[in-house]
Design a protein around this ligand. Structure first.
Ligand code: 0A1
Ligand code: ZN
Length: 889
């Protein structure tokens, strides 16, 4: 332990600075410096006099000395941009309090004290959307991770659990609905048009789970009876006028409550469950105890305004937040380094829920696409970190795809190795052992070990090592035995030069190429740098299907001829493996194409058309297979993104990759035009429905239209415009508009104008209007983005709108990686302009620029220059500063 973390007079703090930091150097918080709190807060009573301009907060804490603390007399109450109006100890004005930066420190000599503090906050000026803020005239809170300290002074750390009583009082006409955590215990009218409500939450919780909402809201209500017979009132609260778009969210909630009882034995523990939709929100949603607050995006849906993907996302986010009630709230995190304890596990739980509600295979394919598109690049870049990070400057920067999605993959691997039933024993033990506690990732692993009987000794490396392992596999055949050799290497990442091999569970099947069948799947665990595995009973050299179901989050390099991949794409009985074979074929072809320097039409002068022909053959098989569900067919036809293709190369030329990908799309579109036409016609004849067949048809309609437009733009425009006009649902309307957006045809403007007029006033649909244009591959996409930024509907202060335009641009290889550097400049400028308004959202744009090291030198220079320009700003938030500094490395 360094000097600064063991001061002469020790005091508790999870946030200990590095030794003697120079002035203005960022504070780095280290996992290993964790100290238990010296003081606990068993109870808190909060009283709010609500106003949009000003809200008065009175907080009464009961504090007790922590028997497991270090005995310090100093009580540290965190604050952020607030100052105390009143500080009382045991009923008397306190004199011996002092400020330490933003925090308030009190010296206490007894065992138990009553502390009273008053503060004043200004919700209307809170553009960061952390703490108490105003959105569309209503008041709401966001406290995770460190927002509570923007409301009142408190030990704002997840290992301090308190029972909350809340009094809210405000103007009844302005705030007819008053909500907080737990149950409403009393309400009444006051003088001058005011009213009040008392809320009490019987479950002790950390401050990050506190919430309140006040505003003009209406509810869609349902009742759920839990497995022990408890009646729960479930409400989805929205602004008046939106209530007819809440049924899917409410149905998803009821389904999630039932599913968690069956799949994990988890029962809801209050009589009330509220969800509130707000239109200004930094993230997707928040699991505050009994009062989930959601981005409207993950609540509001009806067929005319939401796509099938929107419906799925709502189901999954509603499930995710609900599942947190156990994985996160009943068992919470000891400190923020343990974030994956609740997030990785809850993502796995929501993935399993969605798989059970719909198609397991499709869900798996989508989840792996998300992992590869977002997490793999993170793991190979300057911001790489283990799922349990070792240090941070700003915790908001660690709500990452690594902590969430890789975190889920790591727990999924334990489930794969244990089997479903044994895994359930492990999770039962975890919940039983740690209910009511603030736990660690180590506690979770130990419970799974004890409950399943698995030895997870080396497996713990998945928590401490960053980087996506690369696994090279080769197979040879001798007599009737196939011998598989596997080698793994975990790449170096910032701060972790040397890595150890990790246990990697791989589901394997060997196909007989004549019968197109296998004699059963085997699970092998590669836990050394290199190993061999023998498979007997193979009279002929088999076709290898490996990492089926994506059993491990690794990058595989398998020595396999194209013909074997064509075979698997057509015959593998694991739909994920079919998808994987298609992707491998396409990736292989495109990487060869850019390395060989193909011409514009994709014709290979050096005789490599064979790879492209293999892709065509596989596509043909997918198009012709009548036994295949349309939902899967649609997935199999999606080309890998440029981001994923770039991951295959040490240094990528995104312009060349984009061109090669577009050329392949156009070639396939032209070669298989008749099949794509037939698919588009057949799918268009299926009437609207929310069943799997109709959804599958819509997915195929969208994909076939993409290929038709690539192969024959004139026909594509005709069909897309007709589809747009005939659409009776948003999925069809959006997929038609997506295609039109990329074409330089008059129908484009007509459809865009119609779309805007038709959906004017519906913020979520207008977001789509922005994001479709910014995400298109239109030749003048950068001009379009610049024009859209001047549109009357555009604002930087609403995170959904800012992301609709600029995140779509940052993720669009054509716009972002334009050789002129204009895309980089645009994103750089947005970071600089957004930082003073909303640093959390601003920081999310930095990683796109941070990938410069893996991009060809001309573009890399331009990307780096943008980062340097951001870094040169005199004032920068901690959020952006951390991301930019690490990206410049
Ligand atoms: N715990 C939430 C994610 C979340 C995190 C931070 C926030 O602050 C703006 C908001 C939400 C979840 O996993 O759903
Ligand atoms: Zn979560």
């Amino acid at each position: 332990m360094d000097i600064a973390s063991s001061p002469a007079e020790p005091e508790e703090n999870t946030q200990v600075a590095d030794a003697a930091p120079p002035p203005h150097a960022p504070q780095v918080i280290h996992r290993e410096d964790y100290l238990a709190p010296a003081w606990l807060v068993p109870e808190i009573a909060l009283s709010f006099r609500l106003g949009v301009e000003e809200t008065h907060v009175c907080s009464k804490l009961t504090v007790t000395r922590n028997p497991d603390g270090n005995g310090s007399d100093v009580l540290r109450l965190n604050g952020d941009q607030i100052s105390p109006l009143v500080v009382k100890v045991d009923g008397r004005a306190a004199r011996d309090w002092r400020m330490d930066g933003p925090d308030l420190l009190l010296e206490l000599d007894g065992e138990r004290h009553a502390i009273e503090i008053e503060t004043l906050v200004q919700p209307v000026t809170n553009t960061q959307l952390m703490g108490l803020y105003a959105s569309n005239g209503m008041l709401c809170t966001q406290c995770e991770a460190e927002g509570f300290r923007r409301i009142t002074f408190f030990p704002d750390r997840p290992d301090v659990l308190s029972t909350y009583s809340v009094r809210m009082e405000g103007n009844k006409a302005r705030f007819p609905i008053l909500l907080s955590n737990g149950n409403c215990t009393a309400r009444g009218e006051g003088a001058e048009g005011r009213h009040w409500a008392h809320w009490h939450d019987p479950w002790p919780k950390p401050s990050y789970l506190f919430a309140l909402v006040a505003g003009n809201l209406v509810a869609n209500t349902a009742r759920f009876t839990t497995m022990s017979g408890r009646q729960v009132e479930c409400n989805v609260w929205v602004r008046p006028g939106d209530e007819n778009r809440t049924q899917h969210a409410l149905d998803s909630l009821i389904a999630a409550m039932k599913w968690d009882e069956e799949a994990f034995g988890r029962e809801y523990d209050l009589d009330l469950f509220n969800i509130v939709a707000v239109s200004d929100f930094n993230m997707g949603a928040m699991e505050n105890k009994g009062l989930n607050i959601f981005n409207t995006r993950y609540v509001l849906a009806e067929p005319d305004t939401a796509t099938d993907a929107d419906y799925d996302a709502i189901e999954s986010v509603v499930g995710h937040e609900y599942f947190h009630n156990w994985s996160g709230n009943r068992v919470t995190c000891r400190d923020w380094f343990q974030l994956s304890l609740k997030e990785g596990f809850t993502v796995l739980r929501d993935q399993l829920f969605s798989a059970d509600m719909g198609s397991e295979a499709v869900k798996r394919i989508e989840d792996v696409r998300i992992l590869r598109g977002g997490q793999f690049p993170e793991d190979s870049g300057p911001l790489a970190h283990p799922i349990r990070p070792d240090s941070y400057q700003e915790i908001s920067n660690f709500y990452t795809s690594t902590v969430y999605n890789k975190g889920a993959e790591v727990i999924r691997m334990m489930r794969t190795m244990a089997g479903e039933e044994r895994f359930r024993k492990g999770t039962d033990l975890y919940f039983e052992r740690h209910d009511g506690e603030a736990a660690t990732c180590e506690d979770f692993v130990r419970a799974i070990e004890d409950g399943t009987g698995l030895d997870l000794g080396r497996f713990r490396l998945w928590y401490s090592q960053a980087g996506t392992p690369r696994v090279a596999i080769a197979m040879r055949h001798e007599g009737d035995t196939a011998i598989l050799t596997a080698d793994q290497a975990v790449p170096a990442t910032p701060g972790q030069a040397i890595k150890q091999p990790m246990p990697i569970p791989l589901r394997v099947a060997l196909f007989d190429r004549e019968t197109a069948s296998h004699s059963g799947e085997r699970l092998i665990v590669l836990d050394k740098a290199s190993d061999t595995f023998r498979f007997e009973g193979c009279p002929r050299p088999p076709v290898l299907s490996v990492n089926r179901g994506f059993s491990a989050p690794v990058a595989l390099e398998v020595e396999r001829p194209d013909a074997d991949l064509v075979f698997l794409a057509a015959h593998d009985d694991d739909p994920f493996a079919r998808y994987e074979a298609m992707q491998s074929l396409i990736v292989r072809h495109l990487i060869r194409a850019v390395s060989a320097g193909l011409d514009e039409t994709g014709l290979d002068k050096t005789g490599r058309e064979a790879g492209r022909d293999a892709v065509r053959q596989a596509c043909e098989a997918v198009l012709a297979d009548e036994a295949l569900e349309d939902l899967i067919r649609g997935e199999l036809l999606i080309l890998p993104t440029v981001a994923y293709l770039s991951e295959q190369l040490l240094v990528a030329d995104p312009g060349a990759l984009h061109q090669a990908r577009e050329a392949l799309k156009a070639w396939l579109g032209a070669e298989l035009l008749d099949s794509f036409r037939a698919l588009h016609d057949r799918a268009s004849a299926v009437p609207f429905g929310r069943d799997a067949a109709a959804r599958g048809a819509r997915k195929c309609k969208a994909q076939s239209l993409v290929y038709i437009a690539a192969g024959d733009p004139a026909e594509g425009a005709r069909r897309a415009f007709a589809q747009y006009r005939a659409a009776d649902n948003m999925s069809d309307r959006q997929s038609a508009l997506t295609v039109l957006c990329g074409l330089d045809v008059p129908e484009r403007e007509e459809a865009l104008a119609d779309f805007h007029k038709r959906h004017e006033g519906n913020a979520l649909v207008i977001d789509k209007w922005f994001s479709l244009q910014a995400g298109s591959f239109h030749p003048r996409v950068l001009d379009h983005i610049r024009t859209l930024a001047q549109h009357g509907d555009f604002t930087l202060s609403n995170p959904n709108r800012a992301r609709a335009l600029y995140m779509s641009a940052a993720l669009n290889p054509k716009a972002f990686h334009d050789a002129s550097g204009e895309g980089y400049a645009m994103i750089g400028e947005i970071v600089r302009r957004l930082d003073p308004i909303n640093p959390q959202t601003a920081a999310r744009f930095v990683p796109a620029l941070g990938r410069w090291r893996r991009i060809e030198p001309d573009r890399a220079r331009l990307m780096r220059a943008e980062l340097e320009e951001i870094a040169a700003l005199p004032t920068l938030s901690r959020d952006v500063r951390e991301q930019v500094t690490k990206s410049l490395g």
